[in-house]
Design a protein around this ligand. Structure first.
Ligand code: CAO
Length: 428
């Protein structure tokens, strides 16, 4: 520990493409604290995740310049530290680009009057792998306010060019002009206080990101929702029997885990549902992997962690991965990378109790399965009414790529697999 050394400023580092400001969701230190290297000092919320910003050096906090709830900019001074030697611990700032020429990002922390603490690469908040893109394409995306990660690249290895950025913006504009009224952003609100008392609260980053993503998906995708139901009486009794073992080990196999497995198999049977539509490139992108996103309800709002390669995992593996990721989503510990790359999404509201609903397709995916609460229902079987456990299913899809008949086949196949899970187990 170095005491009485120079005062150094810790500034908010670059957090990724198009992230200029973030909200401080927690301050973990106070003035007078003796910091250890790597100790998290603040937690910030980007549009997609929370990140902890660690102290890159040890030393004593002499000034704390941010508070919970502040909106702070990249490069803004977070706190001042006395002592610690930045010079011996600093590694050169690295370009954030992977698989492309370096985009020459600004230094992670900029120098003013006081010496500045720079983050060695290993201390940089992790925000996921950057997409390959030409620096000129990144500059254009920044200029137009577009998230480069959302732009489909058509160069070698998916590299993004300026033309890709322009085509993407064109598709957004075409979709959004028509939908501007739907998003509501351009519409003036009445003064609600004329009818009674009101209170205004600021949007969180997650709410803002969800609102933008939902508007964009709604405006881009011509949605159709189809409904079906599955008799899961047999599956439920199997699940309960099977659950004794994982439950004893603290891992529960839930309805959602079974659904992920069955849907992964359905996606192998009906690959169109595992693809994306690239209208600008005049093509359909067929993904050879099956990564299933699962909507998780958290106190901060909706998050969608992705279970990767669900087609090659067994239900028990999926269950434990889902439990673990849903827990981290609720504890704000999911990494942005864990919410990217999904090929299909499942939204199970059954635990909360509902029947049928119309989920919004998680674009650029082409379909999403909504699941309601399974309920005991009197069903006519073998010339008499019998109590059966019926699961409501709602499939929304992008009608530009998927036809109604495709959706009916997909949904029926999934319902039958749920009704006769043993047949599927024999196949996989
Ligand atoms: N029908 C009947 N019961 C269901 C069910 C269904 N469709 N889905 C779950 N359940 C039951 C479970 O079996 C469990 O019951 P037991 O405790 O008796 O076993 C209970 O409901 C709670 O389940 P769970 O939530 O702990 O576990 P899960 O794996 O089924 O669900 C998750 C995980 C992450 C999908 C869920 O917790 C969740 O967050 N759901 C909300 C999703 C959401 O918000 N969607 C909307 C997105 S669009 O705004």
């Amino acid at each position: 520990m170095i005491v009485g050394g120079p005062v150094q400023e810790l500034k908010l580092p670059e957090l990724g493409e198009n992230i200029e400001s973030v909200e401080v969701s927690a301050v973990m230190v106070a003035v007078g604290d003796q910091l250890q290297r790597d100790q998290p000092v603040i937690e910030v919320e980007t549009e997609k995740a929370s990140l902890e910003v660690p102290a890159p050096v040890e030393g004593k906090v002499t000034e704390l310049l941010v508070s919970k709830g502040d909106q702070i900019k990249v490069g803004q001074v977070v706190l001042r530290i006395e002592g610690g030697s930045a010079a011996t611990e600093v590694a050169p700032a690295q370009a954030a680009t992977v698989g492309a020429e370096p985009a020459a990002p600004p230094p992670l922390l900029r120098q003013d009057d006081a010496p500045v603490v720079t983050f060695p690469a290993k201390h940089k908040p992790k925000i996921g792998r950057a997409v390959p893109a030409a620096p000129s394409a990144r500059a254009l995306a920044r200029q137009l306010g577009v998230d480069i990660n959302e732009v489909p690249g058509h160069g070698p290895g998916g590299r993004i060019s300026r033309d890709d950025v322009k085509a993407y913006v064109k598709s957004l504009v075409q979709g959004r002009v028509a939908g501007a009224a739907v998003s509501g952003a351009a519409q003036e609100l009445p003064d609600f206080s004329q009818w009674g008392e009101i209170e205004r609260t600021s949007l969180t980053n997650i709410r803002r990101a969800t609102a933008a993503h939902m508007s964009s998906a709604w405006n881009t995708v011509p949605h159709v929702t189809q409904f079906d139901r599955a008799d899961i009486t047999q599956l439920e009794s199997m699940r309960k029997r099977f659950n004794k073992r994982p439950e004893a080990a603290g891992r529960k196999m839930t309805v959602t885990a079974v659904l992920i497995k069955l849907v992964a198999s359905a996606l192998k049977q009906f690959p169109k549902f595992n693809s994306s539509l690239d209208l600008a490139g005049d093509a359909v992108v067929h993904k050879k992997y099956v990564h299933i996103g699962v909507a998780v309800d958290t106190p901060r709002g909706l998050l969608v962690p992705v279970v990767r390669d669900a087609d090659v995992k067994n239900v028990e593996q999926i269950a434990s991965e889902l439990n673990e990721m849903a827990g981290r989503a609720r504890d704000r510990k999911l990494k942005p990378d864990e919410m990217r790359g999904g090929t299909f999404t499942i939204s199970n509201l059954g635990g909360l109790g509902t029947t049928y609903f119309s989920p919004i397709v998680n674009w650029p995916e082409v379909a999403i399965l909504g699941v309601g609460r399974a309920e005991q229902t009197a069903i006519w079987v073998d010339d008499r009414f019998q109590p059966r456990l019926i699961l409501p299913l709602s499939l929304s899809y992008d009608h530009r790529l998927v036809d109604g008949a495709d959706a009916a086949r997909f949904l029926r196949w999934t319902a039958e697999a749920l009704e006769q899970p043993k047949l599927l187990l024999l196949k996989d």
